[in-house]
Ligand binder design. Sequence first.
Ligand code: SF4
Length: 96
Amino acid sequence: MDEALLWEPLEGNKVRCNLCNFRCAIPDGKSGICKVRINKSGKLYTLLNSYVSSWALDPIEKSLFTTIIQGALSFHLEHGGVISVVVVVKIMKFPD
Ligand code: SF4
């Protein structure tokens, strides 16, 4: 279990997680809404560091980039429950 990024200590051994918009105030020994970040003795730890929870290759029409690159594919890699990385891949045809 590694120390999490993007958090701050609060009074009474609580911590504030700033990774996503929930901005959970987490008491000692408890986890945030996502259940993947836990407060241990006033320090925030992540349970999913370096763990890929899902990946997918999808038509670009399923992502937010439909008006930018028509006909491309997007690769989604998700880890830590809330962080997603999207790489846009354009399939090109070679001339015969
Ligand atoms: S839901 Fe998880 S990632 Fe989001 S603020 Fe709460 S503890 Fe942090």
